[in-house]
Design a protein around this ligand. Structure first.
Ligand code: TRP
Ligand code: MN
Length: 450
């Protein structure tokens, strides 16, 4: 890897998963436009997130990273964003209360638009078209016009990210996240379920605790620690031209930050050591993540850690493991040992979604709640055995009452998948399943996975 890094050195490395933009001038014009736009986040915020993640790496906090598989240009509304935040707040409060440690909250939100694909083209009958790569690139409809990569979408992705982030900031700082409103985060379709009732109980306990503090003379109203939360943004840094155009030099430290989100991660498909994605992210000051799948060997992982975090800064690097429920323990343990022995202070997060995807008999891409829980369980057990901290979970969810993952409290069956299967990409946990997972994750970590 070359020594000198600039926001464009990735261009000299092989870049996987980039769209074939039909018109280069059009692309360059869009990127140039974005480069003149204000940053979406500030370097100081990225640094705050990194110090919170350092607490996770040290075993003093827990990471909840959650949101859509892919955000949509079509389902973009205040309701949609609020419902997603509601579930994230619910999960966060359950984890915080049950585990008794701070929960660092990061959304897959306000920029999670790009999808890596197993094939650059899709065939239906005699027709072959470019694959759908997420709304930042093209449309999902199998039709030549929709599938043509359109650079105007990069600009639109910026604007949608900006308004989403604006609403996230308003909801998290403007009263919606106030702990006195803990009951209000329970949605109707969740409240009537066993998980919902369990949540009501926990909310009532929190309410009692707040009343107690008030009775003691503590002013709970004017306390930002109780009335506001930080929800940071993140997405997979896939379309590197877009990321480069939002990479800015911080005036305070002179370091480069990718100001498209607080945290960026590298996907399982683009994490090769000599590749453009590793080259790009190694140079930005943001906290970064890297997905780690079941084929990862210890030596390769150590090389990645050295490339992405040579100074071994705690909180800089989060390893997001996605092994599949059946393999997680066996595959993870040697990696935990190797990284710990090498002295890399990483955050270990469990993505129990992507290693457990399969196609149901009626043709839906789905995941079973039991397998998702099983992977979290194996993750916690592996960490227990190696003496490392199971630092967090990385989840695909939605606030809506969808039927995309089977099982869970309401026992969604293969046939139910036809009812409300709305995802543009991977199957997401619905509000009930997400809440259930939060309760069970907290229990698992408290008991050390036994
Ligand atoms: N500010 C604290 C935190 O972020 C407590 C808090 C306030 C909170 N509102 C919340 C925690 C909503 C979870 C969910 O942890
Ligand atoms: Mn996904």
């Amino acid at each position: 890897m070359s020594e000198a890094w600039t926001p464009s050195t990735w261009q000299h490395h092989p870049a996987g998963q980039q769209p074939e933009w039909p018109d280069t001038d059009e692309l360059l014009r869009a990127l140039k436009t974005i480069a003149t736009y204000p940053p979406l986040v500030f370097a100081g915020e990225a640094r705050s997130l990194q110090s919170s993640l350092a607490q996770v790496a040290a075993g003093n906090a827990f990471l909840l990273q959650a949101g859509d598989c892919a955000e949509s240009f079509e389902e973009f509304s205040a309701d949609n964003i609020r419902e997603k935040l509601r579930v994230i707040l619910q999960m966060a409060v359950v984890l915080t209360y049950s585990m008794g440690v701070p929960v660092v909250k990061i959304g897959r939100i306000a920029g999670q638009f790009a999808k890596p694909r197993s094939s650059p083209t899709e065939r239906q009958g005699d027709d072959e078209l470019p694959s759908f790569r997420g709304h930042i690139v093209n449309g999902a409809l199998f039709e030549a016009g929709a599938r043509r990569p359109d650079p105007e979408r990069l600009v639109q992705a910026y604007h949608q990210s900006a308004s989403t982030l604006n609403l996230v900031r308003a909801f998290t700082k403007g009263g919606f996240a106030d702990l006195t409103r803990v009951h209000a985060w329970n949605q109707e379709f969740v409240a009537s379920s066993p998980e919902g009732r369990r949540y009501e109980q926990l909310a009532a306990e929190i309410e009692r605790a707040l009343n107690f503090m008030r009775a003691c003379g503590i002013d709970t109203e004017g306390h930002p620690a109780l009335s506001a939360v930080d929800i940071y943004t993140s997405h997979e840094a896939l379309i590197l031209g877009y990321e480069e155009s939002l990479t800015r030099q911080d005036s305070l430290t002179n370091r480069w930050y990718d100001c498209s989100a607080h945290m960026l991660w590298i996907g399982e498909r683009t994490r090769d050591l000599g590749g453009a994605h590793v080259e790009f992210l190694r140079g930005v000051g943001n906290p970064i993540g890297c997905k780690v799948g079941p084929t990862m060997e210890a030596a390769e992982l150590l090389s990645l850690c050295d490339a992405l975090n040579p100074a071994r800064i705690p909180g800089r690097l989060t390893l997001i493991t996605r092994m599949g429920a059946d393999h997680v323990e066996a595959r993870l343990r040697p990696l935990l040992r190797a990284v710990t022995d090498a002295g890399h202070p990483v955050v270990w997060a469990c993505d129990p979604m992507h290693g457990n995807t399969y196609t149901s008999p009626n043709g839906h891409k789905t995941r079973s709640f039991d397998a998702i829980l099983g992977e979290v369980e194996g993750f916690v057990r592996a960490h227990g055995a190696e003496g490392t901290w199971p630092g967090g979970i990385h989840i695909e969810l939605t606030g809506d009452d969808v039927t995309e993952c089977v099982g869970g409290g309401d026992e969604i069956s293969d046939d139910d998948l036809d009812n409300r299967y709305e995802t543009m990409c991977d199957p997401r946990l619905n509000g009930r399943q997400s809440l259930d997972l939060a309760f069970r994750t907290a229990e698992l970590i408290r008991s050390g996975g036994d």
